[in-house]
Write a protein that binds this ligand. Structure first.
Ligand code: 5GP
Length: 120
């Protein structure tokens, strides 16, 4: 995977509903859907519908601050919908060293089991 690529990713097809996903929450700005390879009983990805250069958090610019804040708010909505508001984790993997595999910014919302720190 080329971390600097602006090429479309699989998430564009999920946004376009060309690839099915199990949607938890959707509005005009974000889409939240269950991860196909869950690492916890609840594992939901929250993504901006318009990537606007945000392949990864490390590419963030000042113009992205509104969507970045909104993604966190959407993570809370997801946690509420999934019934894990009392215990959940939000993760952003950044770049190859951060284990990022899809270059369209996404938040992982994890819960439904006891989390351990820092791994798992
Ligand atoms: P990353 O490793 O980039 O932080 O996370 C990418 C996540 O996307 C992985 O957890 C992976 O399981 C998930 N993923 C990759 N392809 C698909 C897909 O086609 N559908 C869904 N629902 N999740 C996907």
């Amino acid at each position: 995977v080329n971390a600097d690529s602006e090429a479309p990713t699989i998430f564009d097809k999920i946004i376009a509903k060309e690839i099915p996903s199990s949607i938890v929450y959707e509005d005009e700005k974000v889409l939240a859907f269950h991860d196909v390879n869950p690492q916890a009983p609840v594992h939901v990805l929250v993504i901006p519908k318009f990537r606007d250069g945000l392949t990864m958090l490390g590419k963030a610019e000042e113009r992205h601050t509104e969507i970045l804040g909104y993604l966190l708010y959407a993570a809370k909505i997801v946690a509420e919908k999934e019934g894990i508001l009392d215990g959940f984790r939000v993760v952003i993997n950044n770049g190859p060293g951060g284990c990022q595999s899809v270059y369209h910014l996404h938040l992982h919302v994890l819960g439904g089991r006891q989390m351990t720190w820092p791994a798992g």
